[in-house]
Design a protein around this ligand. Structure first.
Ligand code: PMP
Length: 350
């Protein structure tokens, strides 16, 4: 018998972001304009059966709705309890313990956490700029994780970079897990390519552009052989009845509300970047619903976060980010919230 607790779990702890309430919360990249109205309608009309019966086993109605939305076969879709859950499921389904997961730091922190939980070896690949895609395959990983747009930097690797990575992975190389949690806010995505590919699995979520983070619904799109394995690690009853119905309703009605949110985020993002530049800061160009700003003059991220919080504004601090140093990440919200943030920032930086 191996000793308890597990060796792999020793470096792990609970995920502890600063979630204390704040007047203006720009810390977690959720939708600052609200929740999809069609989903709200479903939640308001909940029936007893939605609570006292089990949900559908594999959320097939949602799989069908996603398949219809993108014009791909239903066997190419798997759903989960947020895309966090799908990331965990995919790592578990695709990699044996001891195998490697390659990624470009800094990226979504849950990758390293789920890699550890699943007994996998982390392979961070970066010295300075974004590496050539082939470099991610150097250490023979079982899976390559790419976040596009990337959290927390907002960077969008070029389309040709992803295409080169897929080409290098070939038909029997590592699976490429492309996290598109923020793709609605960018110029393009890889959903169409995923279903017809051999190695590409794309992760999407209802938590950001659809404003449904509290319902916990995500999905992945990829080749049927990969999706079938992920369904096994997913297990049954992962998406609640209400969440499935709300997500289906929101998808069926995504031609107006979601594009209007995306337009607001994109113009707000441009305005915030300009305002930051005007203050002599160097925000990282972003394709997401947030902006990362490296801090000037040796300022530290956590004290800056605390000083902004004292002024009623929550943002996300990052200490010592590889390639960026100490930085803060600000979610894009309505104009008044951006104004509040800039006023607080001016006071803190003064
Ligand atoms: N991927 C990325 C890049 C994220 O930033 C997040 C949320 N912070 C997720 C996945 C997970 O989102 P959810 O589980 O709410 O779908």
């Amino acid at each position: 018998m191996s000793p308890f607790p597990r060796e792999a779990f020793k470096p792990l702890s609970r995920y502890t972001p600063d979630r204390r309430p704040s007047e203006v919360d720009l810390s977690d990249n959720t939708n600052r304009w609200g929740a999809h109205p069609a989903a709200m309608e479903i939640v308001r009309s909940a029936e007893e059966m939605d609570l006292n019966r089990y949900p559908s086993v594999y959320a097939d109605a949602l799989r069908e709705a996603v398949a219809k939305r993108y014009g791909v076969p239903v066997d190419c879709i798997v759903t989960g309890c947020g895309s966090d859950d799908l990331l965990d499921q995919a790592l578990r389904a695709i990699c044996d313990p001891g195998e490697g997961v390659a990624y470009i730091p800094p990226t979504f922190s849950m990758v390293e956490i789920f890699a550890k939980i699943n007994g996998l070896v982390e392979i961070p690949v970066r010295e300075g700029d974004i590496p050539a895609p082939e470099r991610l395959l150097d250490a023979d990983p079982a899976l390559v994780y790419v976040c596009r747009p990337n959290n927390p930097t907002g960077e969008v690797v070029p389309r040709s970079w992803v295409e080169r990575l897929l080409e290098a992975a070939g038909s029997d190389g590592p699976i490429v897990l492309l996290d598109e949690a923020y793709a609605e806010f960018a110029d393009d995505d890889f959903v169409e390519e995923a279903a017809g590919s051999r190695r590409l699995l794309v992760l999407r979520t209802f938590s950001k552009a659809f404003g449904l983070a509290g319902l916990r619904v995500g999905y992945a799109i990829g080749p049927t052989e990969v999706v079938a394995e992920v369904e096994k690690s997913r297990g049954p009853y992962k998406v609640s009845r209400i969440a499935e119905r709300a997500a289906v309703a929101a998808l069926a009605d995504d031609a107006r509300w979601v594009p209007s949110i995306v337009a607001k985020v994109r113009s707000g993002r441009e305005r915030l970047a300009e305002a930051l530049h005007a203050r002599g800061l160097q925000p990282v160009p972003s394709g997401a619903n947030f902006i990362l700003v490296p801090l000037p003059d040796g300022r530290r991220a956590v004290p800056t976060k605390n000083e902004l919080r004292e002024r009623g504004v929550a943002i996300r601090p990052f200490s010592n980010l590889p390639g960026f140093g100490d930085a803060i990440r600000i979610s894009i919200g309505p104009g008044a919230e951006m104004e509040r943030f800039l006023e607080a920032l001016d006071e803190v930086l003064a």
